[in-house]
Every structure is written in structure tokens, then in C-alpha cells.
Write a protein that binds this ligand. Sequence first.
Ligand SMILES: NC(=O)c1ccc[n+]([C@@H]2O[C@H](COP(=O)([O-])OP(=O)(O)OC[C@H]3O[C@@H](n4cnc5c(N)ncnc54)[C@H](O)[C@@H]3O)[C@@H](O)[C@H]2O)c1
Length: 248
Amino acid sequence: MDLGLSGKTAIVTGAGSGIGAAIARRFGHEGAHVVVSDINQESAAAVARDITDAGGSALGVAADVTDEAAVSAMVEQAVEAFGTVHILINNAGLARDGRITKMSESDWDLVVDTGLKGAFLCTRAVLPHMTDQKWGRIISMSSRAHNGNPGQANYSAVKAGLIGFTKAMALENGRNFITANAVAPGMIDTPFVRSHPAYEKIRDNAIKTTPIPRVGEAEDVADAVAFLASERASYITGDVLHVTGGRY
Ligand SMILES: NC(=O)c1ccc[n+]([C@@H]2O[C@H](COP(=O)([O-])OP(=O)(O)OC[C@H]3O[C@@H](n4cnc5c(N)ncnc54)[C@H](O)[C@@H]3O)[C@@H](O)[C@H]2O)c1
């Protein structure tokens, strides 16, 4: 299936690691111009280098998605290098777990600002380009946790909030042929989950309780994102695609 991604420009936030890096590599493989954006300059540059070494087109950009000026500069760099922006993947996110009564205000703010405000700032910065060209794809990384996870009130609020944000974006921008969708992964084997102190227990439990008995790989999510970003998904908007192996 030709996804029609060749020549399109895609910004992927949080693309220096895990799921974002797999999405960036997948876009590079499909012939897109990839803006590999991350708060960590070295990891963004390394993933961009992987893509160009493999014959693709990529630019590594250091940007904190919670910083409005950095987000504007990131979009300006993308437009300067590749002419416009067709695709935005709001992927940057992190967790600071704890029961609500033990959760600090700073842990709440960090998780909510990175996941939700970051998606808002990036979306606002790219929409004028998508509107002008009457074509755009915005995909935001939710999670199975949008249903609520104990110890993850901040993270669950972000992941549910991204779904509401996605539905509002879809309603506001459909007439300009801009689609907005969310992807909700289950447990995906990335540095993010591997750094959890109870990683092995969580992984074994996930395998036992998932209809497809394995943990997900970042590439499983990248495949779903590539489809939603493609020409083949032009009539799908305001939706949530779960990549959970059937575990809810
Ligand atoms: N791994 C999972 O099981 C899983 C499941 C569901 C959803 N997700 C979501 O997928 C996304 C990627 O997760 P991952 O597992 O690849 O994590 P990861 O930690 O491997 O990668 C996240 C990347 O985001 C970057 N980042 C953090 N704060 C940032 C900021 N302010 N600005 C720009 N970049 C920033 C980090 O530097 C890192 O490179 C996150 O939104 C996460 O919530 C992950």
C-alpha cells in the first residue's frame, strides 16, 4: 500500500527516544522529510543522523514543547528547511507517578505541561501552514491510561485530555482537510517503561493479561501512526486508535 508520505514534511516531538524515534525512522523510510525534535539535542541529532545515513531526509531540532518560543523556532526551522509542515506528531510526554495525596504540584505541572500544553503549542504553531495548503495530519500520543490508572492521575488526565483536544481539533479543522486523531498504546517496550523500578513485574503481568501475548514494540505504534498520517486515512478524523494487543 502506497502511503503517499513521500515528500511530505513531518514534525515528530519527543523523537529522540522510544516511540517517537520509531515514528521518525518510519517516516524517513517512507520518503518524508522528518523534523526529529526533542528536548535532548544529542538524541534528536542521533536519530536524524540514522535517518540520513539510511538515505532519508531529516533535521534534528532541540525544542522543549512547553516553551512557546522554542516551538515557534522549531516550526520556523522546519519551514525554512522543507518549505512547509504537513504532519505533526504530538508525541513528547513523560510520567511522574504517585497517589493523588502524595503527588506534588510540580509533578502535576510537569506531566500536564509536557503532554497537554506541549501538544497545544505545537498544534497552534503548525495549523496556519496546514490551513494554507488545505492538507494536514495531527496525531497525538494518548495511552490506554486515558481510562485511568491508579498512581497516574496526572498522566491519565493528560492522556484523556489529548482525546478531547483531538476531537475539538477535528471539528475545527476538517473543512480545511486537516485530520486529527489520537493513538492510544498499551505497554510498549521503550526506555520510558524500562526505567520503571517494577518493569519486569509490569511486563510479565502485561503479557499474561494481553490477548496477543507479548509487549508492544515502538514499531507497532509507528505503523499505526504512519497509516493515520497517510493519504489512505483522509476520511478518518476525531478518532482514537488503540495499539494495545487487545488489552483495555
Ligand atoms: N511506552 C509506553 O508503554 C507508552 C504507552 C502509552 C503511551 N506512551 C506515550 O508515548 C510517548 C512516547 O513515550 P516513550 O515510551 O517513547 O518514552 P521515552 O521516554 O522513550 O521518549 C520520550 C521522549 O520525549 C522527550 N521529552 C520529554 N520532555 C520533553 C519536552 N518537554 N519537550 C520535548 N521532548 C521532550 C524525551 O527527551 C524523550 O526523548 C509519550 O507521550 C508516552 O506517554 C508510551
